[in-house]
Design a binder for this molecule. Structure first.
Ligand code: 13P
Ligand code: SF4
Length: 365
C-alpha cells in the first residue's frame, strides 16, 4: 500500500454531505482517467457515484473494456482482485477500504484447499476425477489453484453452464466456498442431494466416508454467506398468505429450502431485471441483501410495484458497507495528487493462473 500525503483521519471526520461534494468535484477533475465500478449491494451514498453497476459477472466482463487509468471498485476485495487480474497492466484498481472483504470468501483459504486436495487424493486420483470449481467469491490464490488443476471459476449467473462444462472434463466437481450455490445448481441439474455431500475442510476426509467420496458427484465445501443464511421459509409462507398472487425471488446463496420455495432464483442482476421488467401491480418478496432491496423497493413504488424484503432482521452485507463516502472521497483526492492509496495488486504468478480460469469462465458463459 502507498503512503498517501493525504491522511484518512481528516476524511473520517467529514459529514456525508461534504464528502458528496468532494467526490463530485474529484470525479470531474479526474475525467477520463477514472472509472468507478459498483456492485448492487453498495449503499446508496456511494452507489450513486458508480459509472457502471452490475453483478459479479457483468462487472468482470465490463472491466476488460475499460480504458481509464484508474478503476475504483465499490465492492469487496475479491471483486477488486478480479478487476486487477482482468484489466491491463498499466491500469490501477483501487478498493476504497481494504477491510471490505467477503466473509464467505474467507471460509476457504489456500492451506485448507490444498489439504483437501491431499485428503481426497488418498481416496481417488483428484486430477483425473475432479474439476475444482471456485465461486468468484474467493481469494485470487484459490482461483490460481483452479488454474493449476484444470478447474474453473463461476458466478451466481453462470453456475449451471460452468458445472456442465466441469462435468464434460471430469466425472466429479469440488465446489467451494458456497455450499448453497453448489447445491442449488446441482439440484437444478438433476443431481440427487445424497450425491452432493458437504466437505468439512477441518475434518479428516472432510468428515465423509471413502464410499461417500467415491459415490459423490459434487463435494460441497462447508461455507456459506452469513447474510443470505438469515432468510427463512416461514417468511415466504407469511408473504404468500398476505399476497396470494405475489412472487418470491431469491439469490442462490440463500439456504436450499428458501430457494426451493421461491418462484425464481438468480443473481443480483437477474433479480433487478426481473422486477424492473415485471408488470405494474405485481408484488415481490426478495431474498437478497438489504441495500439492493431497499433501492429497488423505492424505485418500483413509482411504477406501482410492491417490493418487500424477505427478513424481519437486518441482512446487510457489513463488509460491503465499509465503502463509505469518506473512503471514496479520500481515495479520489489521493488520485488527484497522483498518489493512489489502497491499490489492489495480485502477485503476477498467481494472477496469471487465476486469469486462465477467469478467461475460461468468460468463454463458457
Ligand atoms: P452476484 O454476482 O449475484 O451479484 O452476487 C455476488 C454476491 O456476493 C452475492 O452475495
Ligand atoms: Fe460475501 Fe455474503 Fe457479502 Fe456477498 S453478501 S459479499 S457473499 S458476505
Amino acid at each position: 500500500m502507498n503512503i498517501s500525503t493525504i491522511n484518512f483521519d481528516s476524511f473520517q471526520k467529514l459529514k456525508d454531505e461534504d464528502c458528496q461534494e468532494r467526490i463530485i468535484k474529484a470525479k470531474k477533475k479526474l475525467g477520463k482517467d477514472l472509472l468507478i465500478l459498483g456492485h448492487h449491494y453498495q449503499n446508496e451514498a456511494v452507489y450513486r457515484h458508480a459509472d457502471f453497476a452490475g453483478d459479479s459477472l457483468k462487472l468482470a466482463q465490463h472491466v476488460q473494456n475499460v480504458e481509464a487509468k484508474y478503476i475504483v471498485f465499490l465492492g469487496v476485495h475479491f471483486m477488486a482482485e478480479v478487476s486487477d487480474i482482468l484489466s491491463r497492466d498499466n491500469q490501477i484498481t483501487i478498493l476504497p477500504d481494504l477491510s471490505a472483504g467477503c466473509s464467505m470468501a474467507d471460509m476457504a483459504n489456500l492451506a485448507k484447499v490444498e489439504r483437501t486436495y491431499r485428503e481426497i487424493s488418498k481416496v481417488l486420483d483428484f486430477d483425473e476425477k475432479i474439476t475444482p470449481v471456485t465461486y468468484i467469491n474467493s481469494a485470487a490464490d484459490l482461483k490460481a489453484f483452479c488454474g493449476e488443476h484444470q478447474g474453473i471459476v463461476c458466478t451466481s449467473t453462470n453456475a449451471p453452464k460452468i458445472l456442465n462444462w466441469a462435468f464434460k472434463q471430469k466425472e466429479k466437481a469440488l465446489f467451494f466456498p458456497d455450499q448453497n450455490l453448489g447445491r442449488w445448481t446441482g439440484y437444478k441439474m438433476g443431481i440427487p442431494l445424497d450425491k452432493m455431500p458437504v466437505w468439512d475442510p477441518d475434518l479428516p476426509l472432510g468428515g465423509l466416508t471413502e464410499k461417500q467420496i467415491i459415490e459423490s458427484k459434487i463435494l460441497l465445501w462447508k461455507g456459506h454467506c452469513a447474510v443470505h443464511q438469515m432468510f427463512r421459509v416461514e417468511s415466504i409462507e407469511d408473504f404468500k398468505k398476505n399476497y396470494p398472487n405475489g412472487n418470491v425471488i431469491s439469490h442462490p446463496e440463500a439456504p436450499f429450502d428458501v430457494c426451493k420455495n421461491s418462484d425464481l432464483v438468480g443473481s443480483t442482476e437477474f433479480i433487478l431485471r426481473t422486477i424492473e421488467n415485471a408488470d405494474p401491480g405485481t408484488e415481490w418478496l426478495v431474498g437478497t441483501e438489504l441495500n439492493l432491496v431497499n433501492r429497488l423497493a423505492k424505485e418500483m413504488k413509482a411504477e406501482g410495484k410492491l417490493v418487500k424484503f424477505m427478513s424481519h432482521v437486518i441482512c446487510e452485507c457489513s463488509t460491503m458497507a465499509r465503502i463509505d463516502p469518506q473512503h471514496l472521497a479520500w481515495t479520489l483526492e489521493s488520485l488527484i495528487e497522483e498518489n493512489p492509496v489502497n491499490i489492489i495488486k495480485v502477485p503476477q504468478k498467481e494472477a496469471d493462473l487465476a486469469r486462465l480460469t477467469l478467461d475460461k469462465m468468460l468463454e463458457v458463459s
